[in-house]
Design a protein around this ligand. Structure first.
Ligand SMILES: [Zn+2]
Length: 402
């Protein structure tokens, strides 16, 4: 026992990720670094940490080491009820997160104040993935009848804000989605709830009407820090007749409105995204809007979506920033999405592979590409939760018999 504790004292780290290229946007690191973990937290990020200082070392040379990815638009209120996004169209967070390097997901409005308790108890507290929620301004969330999201009588900012405050450990914002009426009432009530609870609002402005133009949404109705998801939806007024990005989009960004990708099944078009990116209208955050349709169509998963942006010309460092520190900041959880010493050891280890690939948008159109990110290893609080090629495992023919 004496020997064991002496040995333990000489190996201060539980786990060492050795030889990888660390990308940590918050700390301005994009370089070869070793990452040491102790007690589920990041203990050191340095140029050379000897393997002898850790009880276990994983060789991650030629791989990228990033904070665990943060996806602020998913649908994970999975159940068996006859609901739209609160039911069979939702996915189980753990079934789709870790394999894509994602350690934190935000459910975007699948639940409202009336059914949030069930979501919290049946899903949020039971997943290994860290799950947060945007509370829908509609009391029933996206559940029940198809027209539930059109019922302005069920949009109660006071009760929504109360539920958000009561559950401030997991509720990180308010969501308004799919409202088709001609008035601003749905957006304004969501913003009112966001104001009362002091949290951001995310808008999914799916139906566009002349009575409430998109320009007014982002220039007037949303507050700085509020989020428009579905940035590259075809209906968003994006380009003028000469293909130039409309100046109001840059004005809105200057006001502090956040633009998020929210790819989903129908909200990402290359004909919008490629010219916009070239002219600097880049995303603040890249989110999937994963549900059972989008995951089987052009979106697929977080790493496929990030690979799309890489092949459209975004740098890997920027793509990682848009899936780590930026979304963490947007949901007011800046303790996440970085590898600062003392931060929780949620970590993604990614491989960038070269080859002939194709990426598909919501119009079903393809863009060819030559790079793709693959999820090799994911840690959640320092524990291996995904290991594609067993890089954390011993070789079977060299290990002691178990
Ligand atoms: Zn969505």
């Amino acid at each position: 026992m004496v020997f064991a504790s002496t040995a333990l004292a000489q190996t201060p780290y539980d786990l060492l990720l050795k030889g990888g290229h660390v990308i940590d946007a918050k700390n301005n690191i994009s370089a070869l670094r070793d990452v040491a973990i102790r007690g589920g937290k990041i203990a050191a990020v340095e140029e050379n940490i000897p393997a002898s200082m850790a009880r276990r070392t994983i060789d991650v040379s030629s791989l990228y080491v990033t904070p665990g990815l943060v996806d602020i638009h998913e649908h994970v209120f999975a159940g068996t009820m006859d609901r739209e996004y609160t039911g069979e169209n939702c996915v189980r967070a753990d079934a789709f997160s870790f394999r894509s390097g994602v350690t934190t997901v935000v459910d975007a409005g699948s639940s409202g104040w009336r059914n949030f308790g069930a979501f919290r108890d049946e899903v949020i507290y039971r997943q290994k993935t860290r799950v947060f929620a945007l509370l829908n301004i509609v009391g029933h969330g996206m559940g029940g009848r198809m027209d539930v999201e059109q019922n302005t009588k069920d949009m109660d900012p006071v009760r929504t804000a109360e539920e958000a405050r009561r559950n401030s450990d997991v509720v990180v914002g308010i969501k308004i989605a799919h409202y088709a009426g001609p008035e601003w009432i749905a957006v304004d009530r969501a913003v009112e709830a966001g104001r009362l609870a002091n949290i951001p609002v995310m808008v999914d402005f799916a139906t566009f009407r002349p009575e409430r133009p998109f320009q007014e949404l982002v220039l007037i109705h949303l507050r700085p820090g509020d989020i428009y998801t579905h940035q590259y939806l075809s209906a968003v007024p994006m380009l003028d007749a000469d293909g130039r990005v409309l100046p109001y989009l840059f004005e809105a960004r200057k006001r502090g409105v956040i633009f998020d990708v929210g790819h989903g099944g129908g909200s990402f078009y290359f004909r919008q995204a490629i010219p916009a990116l070239k002219q600097g209208f880049v995303p603040d955050s890249i989110s999937t809007d994963v549900h059972t349709d989008s995951m089987n169509a052009g979106m697929k998963d977080m790493l496929n979506l990030m690979s799309k942006f890489l092949n459209m010309g975004m740098s890997l460092d920027d793509v990682i920033a848009c899936t780590t520190s930026h979304p963490a900041r947007e949901i007011h959880h800046e303790e996440l999405g970085n590898l600062s010493v003392g931060s929780v050891a949620d970590v993604a280890v990614l491989r960038l592979v070269r080859g002939d690939f194709g990426f598909v948008d919501s119009a079903g159109l393809r863009m060819k590409g030559d790079r793709k990110l693959v999820g090799e290893l994911t840690l959640r609080e320092g524990r291996v939760v995904w290991d594609l090629n067993g890089i954390s495992a011993e070789d079977w023919d060299k290990a002691a018999r178990r």
